[in-house]
Design a protein around this ligand. Structure first.
Ligand SMILES: [Fe+2]
Length: 193
């Protein structure tokens, strides 16, 4: 039985960047929905008793989609915190950004452009490759770096349920504003692991 991880902040903690109703629906309906569906699908299959990671790396639709969506959404929640100004990464992560010949601003704009340009219903990710370098990539639907042998450092959910109540079609504004809510310490920790 897979359970929905507890929301690591109050439902209004991301205001005004991500509104309370969006958090309530995204977590309480969509994230919970993936958990419910997976728990319907798994009994009687070889995936019973397996971890999410084991399921994601060895299953196909629809079990894969629901398992990956659970993990992707937990990752997204865990990287967010109440809005903070001057929320710029430091240390080793900033060095890795510089190694790509990016300033923080050009890096940030590249992630935003990737999020805005994701034609599919999916996500933009910052990932760490096995050689320690960074990449920005898009996935569609339930796609995730785990199956690409890349380590996820940061994600922006660009499925409309993530932003549409507050931002409607203004995805650029959502993808820009969410940087204030990204926990740079958490991203840096992931990079160092
Ligand atoms: Fe989502």
């Amino acid at each position: 039985m897979i359970t929905l991880p507890q929301l690591p902040f109050a439902t209004n903690a991301l205001e005004p960047i991500i509104d309370t109703q969006t958090v309530e629906l995204h977590y309480g309906k969509h994230h919970q929905g993936y958990v419910n569906k997976l728990n319907e699908l798994v009994p009687g299959t070889p995936f019973e008793g397996k971890s999410l990671e084991e399921i994601i790396t060895s299953s196909e639709w629809p079990i894969f989609n629901n398992a990956a969506q659970i993990r992707n959404h937990t990752f997204y929640r865990n990287e967010l915190q109440s809005p903070t100004e001057n929320n710029i990464p430091q240390g080793a992560l900033l060095d890795a950004i510089a190694a790509k010949r990016w300033s923080f601003e050009t890096f940030q704009q590249a992630v935003i452009a990737s999020a805005v340009g994701n034609f599919w219903s999916g996500r933009t990710w910052l990932v760490k490759n096995t050689d320690g370098s960074l990449d920005i990539l898009n996935t569609s639907n339930a796609g995730c770096p785990l199956t690409l042998n890349k380590k996820a450092l940061l994600t922006i959910d660009v499925r409309e349920h993530a932003y549409y109540l507050h931002y409607q079609n203004r995805r650029v504004e959502y993808a820009t504003n969410i940087w204030k809510c990204i926990n740079r310490v958490k991203v840096n920790e992931l990079f160092g692991q």
